[in-house]
Design a protein around this ligand. Structure first.
Ligand code: ADP
Ligand code: ASP
Ligand code: MG
Length: 412
Protein backbone atom coordinates (compact mmCIF):
# COMPACT_ATOMS: atom_id res chain seq x y z
CA UNK A 1 0.00 0.00 0.00
CA UNK A 2 1.53 3.29 -1.07
CA UNK A 3 0.55 6.77 0.10
CA UNK A 4 0.05 9.30 -2.67
CA UNK A 5 -0.41 13.05 -2.16
CA UNK A 6 -2.05 14.68 -5.18
CA UNK A 7 -2.57 18.43 -5.54
CA UNK A 8 -5.09 19.83 -7.98
CA UNK A 9 -4.73 23.52 -8.90
CA UNK A 10 -7.50 26.02 -9.54
CA UNK A 11 -7.85 25.33 -13.26
CA UNK A 12 -8.20 21.58 -12.54
CA UNK A 13 -11.25 22.21 -10.31
CA UNK A 14 -12.66 25.16 -12.28
CA UNK A 15 -16.11 23.59 -12.89
CA UNK A 16 -18.31 20.75 -11.65
CA UNK A 17 -17.40 18.83 -14.80
CA UNK A 18 -13.66 19.23 -14.12
CA UNK A 19 -14.17 18.31 -10.46
CA UNK A 20 -15.81 15.09 -11.61
CA UNK A 21 -12.71 14.23 -13.66
CA UNK A 22 -10.51 14.93 -10.62
CA UNK A 23 -12.74 12.76 -8.41
CA UNK A 24 -12.57 9.93 -10.94
CA UNK A 25 -8.76 10.14 -10.99
CA UNK A 26 -8.59 10.09 -7.20
CA UNK A 27 -10.83 6.99 -7.16
CA UNK A 28 -8.75 5.32 -9.89
CA UNK A 29 -5.56 5.98 -7.89
CA UNK A 30 -7.18 4.56 -4.76
CA UNK A 31 -8.33 1.44 -6.62
CA UNK A 32 -4.69 0.73 -7.51
CA UNK A 33 -4.18 -0.04 -3.81
CA UNK A 34 -3.07 3.44 -2.77
CA UNK A 35 -4.05 5.68 0.10
CA UNK A 36 -4.81 9.09 -1.40
CA UNK A 37 -4.61 12.57 0.10
CA UNK A 38 -5.87 15.16 -2.39
CA UNK A 39 -5.03 18.83 -1.76
CA UNK A 40 -7.20 21.27 -3.69
CA UNK A 41 -6.96 24.95 -4.61
CA UNK A 42 -9.91 27.30 -4.93
CA UNK A 43 -11.78 27.13 -8.25
CA UNK A 44 -9.92 29.17 -10.94
CA UNK A 45 -10.36 32.92 -10.48
CA UNK A 46 -12.04 32.56 -7.08
CA UNK A 47 -9.12 33.79 -4.95
CA UNK A 48 -8.71 36.84 -7.21
CA UNK A 49 -12.44 37.52 -6.87
CA UNK A 50 -12.22 37.32 -3.07
CA UNK A 51 -9.16 39.62 -3.05
CA UNK A 52 -11.18 42.10 -5.15
CA UNK A 53 -14.14 41.99 -2.76
CA UNK A 54 -11.90 42.57 0.25
CA UNK A 55 -10.17 45.53 -1.42
CA UNK A 56 -13.53 47.08 -2.36
CA UNK A 57 -14.22 47.32 1.36
CA UNK A 58 -10.79 48.42 2.54
CA UNK A 59 -7.50 49.02 0.72
CA UNK A 60 -5.01 48.01 1.99
CA UNK A 61 -7.30 45.44 3.65
CA UNK A 62 -7.35 44.51 7.34
CA UNK A 63 -4.78 41.71 7.45
CA UNK A 64 -6.62 39.27 9.72
CA UNK A 65 -9.97 39.52 7.94
CA UNK A 66 -8.26 39.37 4.53
CA UNK A 67 -7.13 35.80 5.29
CA UNK A 68 -10.59 34.86 6.60
CA UNK A 69 -11.99 35.98 3.25
CA UNK A 70 -9.36 34.63 0.85
CA UNK A 71 -9.07 31.21 2.52
CA UNK A 72 -12.76 30.49 1.88
CA UNK A 73 -12.32 29.51 -1.79
CA UNK A 74 -10.59 26.28 -0.78
CA UNK A 75 -13.40 25.40 1.66
CA UNK A 76 -15.87 25.26 -1.23
CA UNK A 77 -13.64 23.29 -3.62
CA UNK A 78 -12.59 20.74 -0.98
CA UNK A 79 -16.23 20.10 -0.04
CA UNK A 80 -17.22 19.79 -3.70
CA UNK A 81 -14.41 17.32 -4.47
CA UNK A 82 -15.19 15.15 -1.40
CA UNK A 83 -18.91 15.20 -2.20
CA UNK A 84 -18.28 14.27 -5.86
CA UNK A 85 -16.16 11.28 -4.78
CA UNK A 86 -19.02 10.16 -2.52
CA UNK A 87 -21.55 10.65 -5.31
CA UNK A 88 -19.45 8.25 -7.39
CA UNK A 89 -19.75 5.57 -4.71
CA UNK A 90 -16.38 5.88 -2.92
CA UNK A 91 -15.95 7.16 0.65
CA UNK A 92 -14.23 10.51 1.20
CA UNK A 93 -13.85 13.23 3.81
CA UNK A 94 -12.70 16.84 3.54
CA UNK A 95 -10.59 18.71 6.09
CA UNK A 96 -9.93 22.45 6.36
CA UNK A 97 -6.44 23.61 7.38
CA UNK A 98 -7.47 24.21 11.00
CA UNK A 99 -9.09 20.75 11.27
CA UNK A 100 -5.70 19.10 10.80
CA UNK A 101 -3.92 21.87 12.69
CA UNK A 102 -1.74 23.20 9.92
CA UNK A 103 -0.21 25.49 12.51
CA UNK A 104 1.59 28.58 11.21
CA UNK A 105 3.16 31.77 12.48
CA UNK A 106 0.89 34.82 12.54
CA UNK A 107 2.19 36.61 9.43
CA UNK A 108 -1.09 36.91 7.54
CA UNK A 109 -1.06 36.33 3.75
CA UNK A 110 2.35 34.66 3.84
CA UNK A 111 2.30 32.50 6.95
CA UNK A 112 4.99 29.86 7.47
CA UNK A 113 4.02 26.32 8.50
CA UNK A 114 5.34 25.24 11.91
CA UNK A 115 3.63 21.87 12.33
CA UNK A 116 0.79 19.64 11.15
CA UNK A 117 -1.25 17.30 13.34
CA UNK A 118 -1.90 14.38 11.02
CA UNK A 119 -4.04 12.28 13.42
CA UNK A 120 -7.40 12.98 11.72
CA UNK A 121 -5.87 12.23 8.34
CA UNK A 122 -4.43 8.91 9.50
CA UNK A 123 -7.74 7.84 11.09
CA UNK A 124 -9.64 8.69 7.89
CA UNK A 125 -7.14 6.81 5.72
CA UNK A 126 -7.46 3.84 8.11
CA UNK A 127 -11.21 3.95 7.42
CA UNK A 128 -10.41 3.66 3.69
CA UNK A 129 -11.56 7.18 2.93
CA UNK A 130 -10.07 9.41 0.27
CA UNK A 131 -8.90 12.46 2.21
CA UNK A 132 -9.48 15.86 0.58
CA UNK A 133 -7.65 18.81 2.10
CA UNK A 134 -8.27 22.50 1.51
CA UNK A 135 -4.92 23.92 0.34
CA UNK A 136 -3.53 27.39 1.14
CA UNK A 137 -5.03 27.48 4.67
CA UNK A 138 -3.36 27.56 8.08
CA UNK A 139 -4.20 28.53 11.63
CA UNK A 140 -1.95 30.34 14.09
CA UNK A 141 -1.39 29.34 17.69
CA UNK A 142 -4.24 31.62 18.84
CA UNK A 143 -6.71 30.02 16.42
CA UNK A 144 -6.67 32.83 13.82
CA UNK A 145 -7.02 31.71 10.20
CA UNK A 146 -3.93 32.36 8.07
CA UNK A 147 -2.94 31.74 4.44
CA UNK A 148 0.31 30.49 2.94
CA UNK A 149 0.90 33.03 0.14
CA UNK A 150 -0.40 32.96 -3.45
CA UNK A 151 0.03 29.53 -4.98
CA UNK A 152 0.19 28.20 -1.39
CA UNK A 153 -1.72 24.98 -2.08
CA UNK A 154 1.55 23.71 -3.56
CA UNK A 155 3.09 24.21 -0.11
CA UNK A 156 0.19 22.43 1.64
CA UNK A 157 0.77 19.41 -0.60
CA UNK A 158 4.55 19.31 -0.15
CA UNK A 159 4.29 19.79 3.63
CA UNK A 160 1.71 17.00 3.94
CA UNK A 161 3.85 14.69 1.79
CA UNK A 162 6.81 15.39 4.11
CA UNK A 163 4.88 14.92 7.37
CA UNK A 164 3.05 11.80 6.20
CA UNK A 165 6.16 10.26 4.60
CA UNK A 166 4.25 9.93 1.31
CA UNK A 167 5.58 7.76 -1.49
CA UNK A 168 4.65 10.39 -4.10
CA UNK A 169 3.81 14.08 -4.24
CA UNK A 170 2.04 14.79 -7.52
CA UNK A 171 1.05 18.33 -8.51
CA UNK A 172 -1.60 18.22 -11.25
CA UNK A 173 -2.11 21.12 -13.67
CA UNK A 174 -4.79 21.62 -16.24
CA UNK A 175 -3.24 23.93 -18.84
CA UNK A 176 0.35 22.66 -18.79
CA UNK A 177 1.66 19.10 -18.39
CA UNK A 178 4.93 19.89 -16.66
CA UNK A 179 7.64 22.48 -16.18
CA UNK A 180 8.86 24.02 -19.43
CA UNK A 181 12.06 25.81 -20.41
CA UNK A 182 9.97 29.00 -20.25
CA UNK A 183 6.29 29.94 -20.00
CA UNK A 184 4.69 28.12 -22.96
CA UNK A 185 2.01 30.81 -22.95
CA UNK A 186 4.66 33.36 -24.03
CA UNK A 187 6.97 31.17 -26.08
CA UNK A 188 5.24 28.45 -28.13
CA UNK A 189 8.64 26.87 -28.77
CA UNK A 190 9.11 26.09 -25.04
CA UNK A 191 10.16 22.51 -24.32
CA UNK A 192 8.95 20.32 -21.48
CA UNK A 193 11.71 19.30 -19.07
CA UNK A 194 11.56 15.71 -17.87
CA UNK A 195 13.62 16.65 -14.79
CA UNK A 196 14.84 19.81 -13.08
CA UNK A 197 16.88 20.30 -9.89
CA UNK A 198 15.38 21.93 -6.78
CA UNK A 199 17.85 24.80 -7.07
CA UNK A 200 17.00 25.59 -10.68
CA UNK A 201 13.26 25.28 -10.01
CA UNK A 202 13.61 27.48 -6.95
CA UNK A 203 15.37 30.18 -8.99
CA UNK A 204 12.81 29.94 -11.80
CA UNK A 205 9.90 30.17 -9.34
CA UNK A 206 11.50 33.02 -7.36
CA UNK A 207 12.28 34.87 -10.60
CA UNK A 208 8.66 34.87 -11.70
CA UNK A 209 7.76 31.46 -13.23
CA UNK A 210 4.38 30.95 -11.65
CA UNK A 211 4.18 27.23 -12.39
CA UNK A 212 5.20 26.27 -8.82
CA UNK A 213 5.22 28.31 -5.61
CA UNK A 214 8.82 29.16 -4.67
CA UNK A 215 8.22 28.45 -0.97
CA UNK A 216 6.86 25.00 -1.80
CA UNK A 217 10.01 24.19 -3.79
CA UNK A 218 12.17 25.45 -0.92
CA UNK A 219 10.28 23.21 1.51
CA UNK A 220 10.56 20.22 -0.84
CA UNK A 221 14.31 20.73 -1.10
CA UNK A 222 14.72 21.01 2.66
CA UNK A 223 12.72 17.87 3.41
CA UNK A 224 13.82 15.98 0.28
CA UNK A 225 10.33 15.55 -1.16
CA UNK A 226 10.54 14.74 -4.90
CA UNK A 227 7.81 16.72 -6.72
CA UNK A 228 6.14 15.27 -9.78
CA UNK A 229 4.35 17.90 -11.90
CA UNK A 230 1.69 16.24 -14.05
CA UNK A 231 -1.27 16.86 -16.35
CA UNK A 232 -4.84 16.54 -15.03
CA UNK A 233 -6.33 15.73 -18.45
CA UNK A 234 -3.50 13.28 -19.26
CA UNK A 235 -2.38 11.83 -15.91
CA UNK A 236 -0.63 8.90 -17.62
CA UNK A 237 1.93 11.27 -19.24
CA UNK A 238 5.37 11.50 -17.65
CA UNK A 239 5.35 15.20 -16.61
CA UNK A 240 8.36 16.77 -14.85
CA UNK A 241 10.31 15.61 -11.79
CA UNK A 242 11.79 18.22 -9.45
CA UNK A 243 14.70 16.50 -7.69
CA UNK A 244 18.06 16.80 -5.98
CA UNK A 245 20.79 18.01 -8.32
CA UNK A 246 22.70 14.71 -8.05
CA UNK A 247 19.63 12.77 -9.17
CA UNK A 248 19.00 14.89 -12.25
CA UNK A 249 20.38 13.14 -15.29
CA UNK A 250 21.91 15.66 -17.63
CA UNK A 251 22.14 14.92 -21.31
CA UNK A 252 25.49 13.98 -22.82
CA UNK A 253 26.32 17.55 -23.55
CA UNK A 254 26.04 19.46 -20.31
CA UNK A 255 23.15 21.90 -20.19
CA UNK A 256 24.35 25.40 -19.27
CA UNK A 257 21.03 27.24 -19.28
CA UNK A 258 17.87 25.33 -18.29
CA UNK A 259 15.24 28.02 -18.54
CA UNK A 260 14.15 31.62 -18.99
CA UNK A 261 11.92 33.34 -16.40
CA UNK A 262 10.25 36.72 -16.48
CA UNK A 263 8.71 38.86 -13.77
CA UNK A 264 6.49 41.82 -14.59
CA UNK A 265 5.79 42.44 -10.95
CA UNK A 266 8.77 44.75 -10.36
CA UNK A 267 9.13 48.53 -10.20
CA UNK A 268 12.28 50.69 -10.17
CA UNK A 269 13.19 53.63 -7.96
CA UNK A 270 16.26 55.88 -8.25
CA UNK A 271 17.39 58.29 -5.54
CA UNK A 272 19.69 60.79 -7.28
CA UNK A 273 22.71 62.66 -5.90
CA UNK A 274 22.88 60.89 -2.57
CA UNK A 275 25.89 62.05 -0.49
CA UNK A 276 28.46 59.24 -0.84
CA UNK A 277 29.11 58.61 2.85
CA UNK A 278 29.19 55.53 5.08
CA UNK A 279 25.77 54.56 6.49
CA UNK A 280 23.62 56.24 3.84
CA UNK A 281 22.56 53.00 2.10
CA UNK A 282 21.94 51.39 5.49
CA UNK A 283 19.54 54.20 6.43
CA UNK A 284 17.64 54.14 3.14
CA UNK A 285 17.21 50.38 2.99
CA UNK A 286 16.43 50.02 6.72
CA UNK A 287 13.52 52.40 6.30
CA UNK A 288 12.14 50.15 3.54
CA UNK A 289 12.82 46.91 5.44
CA UNK A 290 11.09 48.30 8.53
CA UNK A 291 7.92 48.58 6.41
CA UNK A 292 8.34 44.98 5.13
CA UNK A 293 9.31 46.07 1.60
CA UNK A 294 11.46 43.38 -0.02
CA UNK A 295 14.10 45.15 -2.14
CA UNK A 296 15.40 42.98 -4.95
CA UNK A 297 18.14 44.45 -7.17
CA UNK A 298 20.33 47.35 -6.05
CA UNK A 299 22.77 49.33 -8.20
CA UNK A 300 24.96 52.19 -6.99
CA UNK A 301 26.65 54.42 -9.57
CA UNK A 302 30.30 55.41 -9.37
CA UNK A 303 30.60 58.42 -7.12
CA UNK A 304 31.29 61.82 -8.69
CA UNK A 305 32.21 64.82 -6.55
CA UNK A 306 31.01 63.12 -3.38
CA UNK A 307 27.58 62.19 -4.72
CA UNK A 308 26.11 59.00 -6.16
CA UNK A 309 22.80 57.64 -7.54
CA UNK A 310 21.13 54.61 -5.94
CA UNK A 311 18.70 52.53 -8.01
CA UNK A 312 16.71 49.57 -6.70
CA UNK A 313 13.66 47.44 -7.50
CA UNK A 314 10.65 46.58 -5.34
CA UNK A 315 7.46 44.55 -5.93
CA UNK A 316 4.80 46.59 -7.78
CA UNK A 317 2.43 46.09 -4.84
CA UNK A 318 4.85 48.08 -2.65
CA UNK A 319 5.63 50.75 -5.27
CA UNK A 320 3.59 53.65 -3.80
CA UNK A 321 4.73 52.95 -0.26
CA UNK A 322 8.38 52.72 -1.43
CA UNK A 323 8.25 56.05 -3.29
CA UNK A 324 6.85 57.78 -0.20
CA UNK A 325 9.52 56.24 2.04
CA UNK A 326 12.30 57.09 -0.44
CA UNK A 327 11.14 60.70 -0.73
CA UNK A 328 11.15 61.04 3.03
CA UNK A 329 14.63 59.53 3.24
CA UNK A 330 15.90 61.65 0.31
CA UNK A 331 14.95 64.79 2.25
CA UNK A 332 16.61 63.51 5.41
CA UNK A 333 19.79 62.42 3.61
CA UNK A 334 20.09 65.56 1.47
CA UNK A 335 19.66 63.71 -1.86
CA UNK A 336 18.43 65.54 -4.94
CA UNK A 337 15.29 63.70 -6.10
CA UNK A 338 13.43 60.39 -6.41
CA UNK A 339 12.70 59.01 -9.90
CA UNK A 340 10.38 56.05 -10.40
CA UNK A 341 9.33 53.68 -13.17
CA UNK A 342 6.89 50.79 -12.91
CA UNK A 343 6.88 49.88 -16.60
CA UNK A 344 9.76 47.45 -16.26
CA UNK A 345 10.23 43.70 -16.13
CA UNK A 346 12.98 41.35 -15.11
CA UNK A 347 14.20 38.61 -17.45
CA UNK A 348 16.42 35.85 -16.06
CA UNK A 349 18.43 32.94 -17.36
CA UNK A 350 18.66 30.01 -14.94
CA UNK A 351 20.98 27.02 -15.03
CA UNK A 352 23.28 25.14 -12.67
CA UNK A 353 25.69 24.73 -15.61
CA UNK A 354 26.53 28.45 -15.30
CA UNK A 355 28.64 27.57 -12.25
CA UNK A 356 31.27 26.14 -14.56
CA UNK A 357 30.72 27.98 -17.85
CA UNK A 358 31.79 31.47 -18.75
CA UNK A 359 30.42 33.65 -21.51
CA UNK A 360 26.73 33.23 -20.67
CA UNK A 361 26.31 36.88 -19.70
CA UNK A 362 27.97 38.24 -22.82
CA UNK A 363 25.87 35.95 -25.02
CA UNK A 364 22.75 37.14 -23.21
CA UNK A 365 23.62 40.83 -23.62
CA UNK A 366 24.51 40.36 -27.29
CA UNK A 367 21.23 38.59 -28.03
CA UNK A 368 19.25 41.43 -26.38
CA UNK A 369 21.34 44.08 -28.16
CA UNK A 370 20.64 42.43 -31.54
CA UNK A 371 16.94 43.06 -30.86
CA UNK A 372 17.74 46.66 -29.78
CA UNK A 373 16.50 45.88 -26.27
CA UNK A 374 17.97 48.20 -23.68
CA UNK A 375 19.24 46.73 -20.38
CA UNK A 376 18.65 48.98 -17.35
CA UNK A 377 20.02 46.82 -14.52
CA UNK A 378 21.92 43.55 -14.23
CA UNK A 379 22.38 41.12 -11.36
CA UNK A 380 24.04 37.72 -11.23
CA UNK A 381 24.41 34.74 -8.92
CA UNK A 382 26.07 31.37 -9.35
CA UNK A 383 23.15 29.93 -11.28
CA UNK A 384 21.26 32.91 -12.74
CA UNK A 385 21.65 36.18 -14.62
CA UNK A 386 18.85 38.76 -14.47
CA UNK A 387 18.35 41.92 -16.52
CA UNK A 388 15.80 44.66 -15.96
CA UNK A 389 14.23 45.85 -19.22
CA UNK A 390 11.33 47.97 -20.39
CA UNK A 391 8.10 46.04 -19.82
CA UNK A 392 7.12 46.31 -23.50
CA UNK A 393 10.19 44.23 -24.43
CA UNK A 394 9.30 41.29 -22.14
CA UNK A 395 7.92 38.82 -24.63
CA UNK A 396 10.51 39.56 -27.35
CA UNK A 397 13.29 39.18 -24.79
CA UNK A 398 11.93 35.83 -23.54
CA UNK A 399 11.69 34.43 -27.07
CA UNK A 400 15.05 35.87 -28.12
CA UNK A 401 16.92 34.38 -25.17
CA UNK A 402 15.09 31.07 -25.43
CA UNK A 403 16.30 30.93 -29.02
CA UNK A 404 19.83 32.23 -28.35
CA UNK A 405 20.45 29.44 -25.82
CA UNK A 406 18.90 26.73 -28.03
CA UNK A 407 16.24 25.83 -25.51
CA UNK A 408 13.47 25.19 -28.06
CA UNK A 409 11.84 22.03 -29.34
CA UNK A 410 13.69 22.10 -32.65
CA UNK A 411 17.08 21.86 -30.95
CA UNK A 412 16.36 18.74 -28.91
P1 ADP B 1 -2.21 25.55 -10.83
O1 ADP B 1 -3.49 26.32 -10.88
O2 ADP B 1 -2.39 24.11 -11.18
O3 ADP B 1 -1.44 25.76 -9.56
P2 ADP B 1 -0.72 27.55 -12.20
O4 ADP B 1 -1.68 28.39 -12.98
O5 ADP B 1 -0.27 28.07 -10.88
O6 ADP B 1 -1.35 26.10 -12.04
O7 ADP B 1 0.58 27.23 -13.09
C1 ADP B 1 0.46 26.94 -14.46
C2 ADP B 1 0.79 28.16 -15.31
O8 ADP B 1 2.16 28.51 -15.15
C3 ADP B 1 0.61 27.94 -16.79
O9 ADP B 1 -0.58 28.54 -17.21
C4 ADP B 1 1.82 28.57 -17.46
O10 ADP B 1 1.45 29.57 -18.39
C5 ADP B 1 2.59 29.20 -16.32
N1 ADP B 1 4.04 29.03 -16.44
C6 ADP B 1 4.96 30.01 -16.24
N2 ADP B 1 6.20 29.56 -16.41
C7 ADP B 1 6.10 28.25 -16.72
C8 ADP B 1 7.05 27.21 -17.00
N3 ADP B 1 8.37 27.46 -17.00
N4 ADP B 1 6.59 25.97 -17.25
C9 ADP B 1 5.27 25.70 -17.25
N5 ADP B 1 4.32 26.64 -17.01
C10 ADP B 1 4.72 27.90 -16.74
N1 ASP C 1 -6.05 29.77 -4.18
C1 ASP C 1 -4.75 30.27 -3.84
C2 ASP C 1 -4.25 31.22 -4.91
O1 ASP C 1 -4.93 31.44 -5.90
C3 ASP C 1 -3.77 29.18 -3.54
C4 ASP C 1 -3.43 28.29 -4.72
O2 ASP C 1 -4.12 28.29 -5.74
O3 ASP C 1 -2.46 27.54 -4.61
O4 ASP C 1 -3.18 31.76 -4.78
MG1 MG D 1 -0.42 27.47 -8.83
Amino acid sequence: MALVVQKYGGTSVASIEKIRRVAEHIIATKKKKNDVIAVVSAMAGETDRLVGLAKEVMDPPDEREFDVITSSGEQVSSGLVAMTIKSLGEDAISFQGHQIRITTDNIYSKAKIKSIDDRNVRVALGEKKAVVIAGFQGVDEDGNLTTLGRGGSDLTAVALAAVMGADACELYKDDVDGVYTTDPGVCPDARKLSQISYDEMLEMASLGSKVLQARAVEFAKKFKVPIHVKSTPRPEDEGTWVLDEEKVMKSMEEVVVSGVSYDRDQAKITVTQVPDQPGIAAKLFSSLADENVVVDMIVQNVSTEGFTDLTFTVPKSDFKKSIELSEKMARELGAKQVLSDNLISKISLVGVGMKTHSGVASRMFRALANEEINIMMISTSEIKISCVLEEKDTETAVRTLHDAFNLGKTDE
